[in-house]
Design a protein around this ligand. Sequence first.
Ligand SMILES: Cc1cc2nc3c(=O)[nH]c(=O)nc-3n(C[C@H](O)[C@H](O)[C@H](O)COP(=O)(O)OP(=O)(O)OC[C@H]3O[C@@H](n4cnc5c(N)ncnc54)[C@H](O)[C@@H]3O)c2cc1C
Length: 298
Amino acid sequence: MFPPHFDYHRASSIDDALDVLERHRDDDPRILAGGHSLLPDLKNGRASPDVLVDIGEIDGLRGIESGVDVESDTDHGTGQTAIGALTTYADVLESDHLERHAPVLTDATRVLADLQIRNRGTVGGNLTAAEPGADLPAAALAADATIHVRGPDGERTIDAGEFLGADGSESALGERELVTEIRVPPSPTGGYAKKTHPASGYAMVGVAAVLEIDTETIADARVAATGVLEHAVRLTAVEDALVGERVDEAIETAAERAGETIDPADARSDDHASGEFRVHLLSTYAAQALERAMEVDA
Ligand SMILES: Cc1cc2nc3c(=O)[nH]c(=O)nc-3n(C[C@H](O)[C@H](O)[C@H](O)COP(=O)(O)OP(=O)(O)OC[C@H]3O[C@@H](n4cnc5c(N)ncnc54)[C@H](O)[C@@H]3O)c2cc1C
């Protein structure tokens, strides 16, 4: 399949991109980053914008910055890591800082697609496309990430859950808004485990886990799944079963509760796995993700 005709603009700056989006507001303009979700959509007829705004050459949208202070209206504390929206998966994997301070992102990226896609695909594009089997939405939820955007009304910060529509609502990203960076608070723990789709590499089921451990006891837990519903989702029953428990005792029983909050009738079903099977798989991958999170902490 060939993509439909579109006008192409290569943006030189964020302001330039926002200006083009505004001028073409009636032409269904779309932002182009790594292109690994958008170009297949164009070729398959799932998207037919009249205008593409390529942000790939904008300075300052790519890179990983440590020790970023947060605004006073968030409760993440200081020392966050800022990941530019155009940061590729390969950049994430090369970052020792992320591996130490946000290992859940590194772990999820390690098993994301293949080498070609990891060289081109971007963190911002992955979270914006938020495809049902994408790996980073679950990792971003577990990491308690915030998404920073700029648009016609200026800058704003969106909680990952709201951005990803983790409660089943529409994504909070507005029209003509551009993701500029993703911020994550520091956490020395984090693990991701996935049942990989045999053809595409997407997650049939993926689980991300971040634990806060205080002398052998789990003080806080964030566990999220992808691939099961149309959007990534927090596994709150697992989180509740972990908090306050001893690390070495809690995993198995907590992981068994992974499917509790998801009705199999709501789960994605296709030729490869029924909704019921996807929900059934959750416990296995939750246990693996939690074990990996504790390995990282050790
Ligand atoms: C064969 C194949 C296998 C794949 N396997 C996996 C996998 O295993 N796991 C996985 O997670 N993903 C997988 N992907 C998807 C891949 O990771 C994409 O790179 C990703 O989903 C989108 O990122 P991108 O940079 O390519 O974005 P693009 O395709 O350029 O854009 C995607 C969407 O996001 C919007 N967008 C992009 N950047 C911004 C921004 N900064 N601000 C606002 N909007 C923006 C675009 O307008 C578009 O709507 C696979 C893709 C392919 C083709």
